[in-house]
Structure formats: C-alpha cells, structure tokens
Ligand binder design. Structure first.
Ligand SMILES: Cc1cc2nc3c(=O)[nH]c(=O)nc-3n(C[C@H](O)[C@H](O)[C@H](O)COP(=O)(O)O)c2cc1C
Length: 215
C-alpha cells in the first residue's frame, strides 16, 4: 500500500469524525490495538523534538466512572443548553453535535477505553508567554490526531474531548498524574457501530483562506 494512494489517505483524513453515538460500548478493545495506534503517535512531530508526551489508558471500570463524573461536572449545563439553543435557532449540524455530545456525557463510563493524552510542562515558567501555547499544543495534538486516524483505520472511533479539564486536578489525583504533567483532553475509544463515515459539511475553503495577506 502506497501513501500516494490518495483514495485511502484522503478518505481517512476526510471521514475521521468525532464518534459518540456510534461507539460500540459492548465490544472489547484489545490492548494490542491501543498499543499499535499509540506506537504510531510516536512518529508525530514535536517542538525541539522534545517528545514530552505521555498517555494514560484507563480501562478500570471504577476509574472510568469517576472520570465520567468529572466530565459531566465539567460539562455542567453547557451541552443541554447548547442543544436547546441550536434547536431553537434551526442550526441542524450544531443541534446534532450537542445531542451527540450530551449522549456521550451520559455514557462516558460505558466506553471501554478512555485515553488521556498529556504533555510535560515542568520546563515552563509559571506564567508563560502567548507564544508558548502553539509550541506546547503543537507538540501533542498532532500525536492525538495520529492516534485518532490510526484508530479509524482499524475500525475504532474516538472523539477529542476537553470538558473534564475543568476538574483536571481531581483527575490527576484519581490517576496519580504528577505535577508538571498537563492533561490535554480525554478520548473515549471503542469499535464503531458500522464503518461508513461521511465528510462533514464545512464552509468553503475560500472563507478562511488568505493568499499573501489578510485582505
Ligand atoms: C479542542 C477540541 C475540544 C473538543 N471538546 C469536546 C468535548 O469536550 N466534548 C465533545 O463531545 N466533543 C468535543 N470536541 C469534538 C468537536 O465537537 C468536534 O470535533 C466538532 O463538532 C466537529 O465534528 P467532527 O470532528 O466530527 O468533524 C472537541 C474538539 C476539539 C478539537
């Protein structure tokens, strides 16, 4: 298989969705598949080649339930209110996103594997300058996306979520994550119910593209 087979590469890049309602909560996920996908993340780029990433894979039912509670606490009324607002304003896509996000919030504890990508921040000053964030997030999010793509290619789905981060400290205590390690999200991971996913409707490229200067 060649990386120049654009039907495969472009298909993967354009159909890797945030999967929530179609996560198969019943089908076990072998550790070997998670390891295989995480092995691929080690090929992602990092600023200064620091490779400060760490991954916490949570399978323990009690810990998944506790993380799900933190996730729902972090969500508060945001998802239910968002769903109502999107419905009232007739925004069909947003309405679907909020309904799906709310479903996931209710079922997070049932997802067989929860993965928390982390990054070392112990080298940063207390109040880092704005330019720090692209370098920091840019050194973990490409790896997260590699993980999601690798999962999709193997029939599994995931969604990058961030709502539990309002309770990052409590999650760190639960999982024994030391100071100096920053959690960057929480990914529910499971086999998908069906494997067909469509490209999302997005505004046209020209709405966001600038050649040579802003305007
Ligand atoms: C930085 C970031 C944070 C996100 N946080 C959440 C979240 O907390 N909960 C959730 O259900 N989805 C979350 N999402 C998923 C988005 O809702 C999703 O990517 C978006 O609706 C587009 O859908 P698609 O990825 O299927 O194209 C997040 C995505 C990103 C990139």
């Amino acid at each position: 298989m060649s990386v120049y087979d654009l039907s495969v590469t472009d298909g993967l890049l354009s159909t890797t969705r945030a999967v929530r309602k179609r996560l198969d909560m019943e089908k076990p996920v072998p550790d070997s598949v998670i390891r295989e996908c995480l092995e691929l993340t080690l090929q992602a780029p990092t600023g200064s080649n620091k490779q400060g990433w760490r991954w916490i894979v949570v399978k323990d039912a009690g810990k998944r339930a506790a993380l799900a509670d933190l996730y729902r606490a972090g969500a508060g009324n945001y998802l239910k209110e968002g769903e109502k607002l999107a419905e009232a304003s007739g925004e069909a896509q947003n309405s679907r996103v909020f309904s799906s996000a709310d479903y996931l919030a209710e079922r997070m504890q049932d997802v067989p594997v929860l993965v928390i990508p982390c990054i070392r921040v112990d080298h940063l000053p207390a109040d880092p300058p704005r330019r720090t964030w692209p370098g920091l997030m840019g050194s973990i999010m490409p790896a997260v996306w590699s993980f999601q793509l690798a999962l999709r290619a193997r029939g599994l789905g995931s969604a990058l979520t961030t709502l539990h981060l309002a309770y990052e400290k409590e999650a760190a205590e639960l999982l024994g994550i030391p100071d100096g390690i920053m959690q960057c999200g929480l990914l529910p991971v499971a086999y998908t119910i069906g494997t067909e996913f469509k490209p999302a409707k997005r505004p046209p490229l020209d709405d966001v593209l600038h050649w040579n200067q802003w305007s």
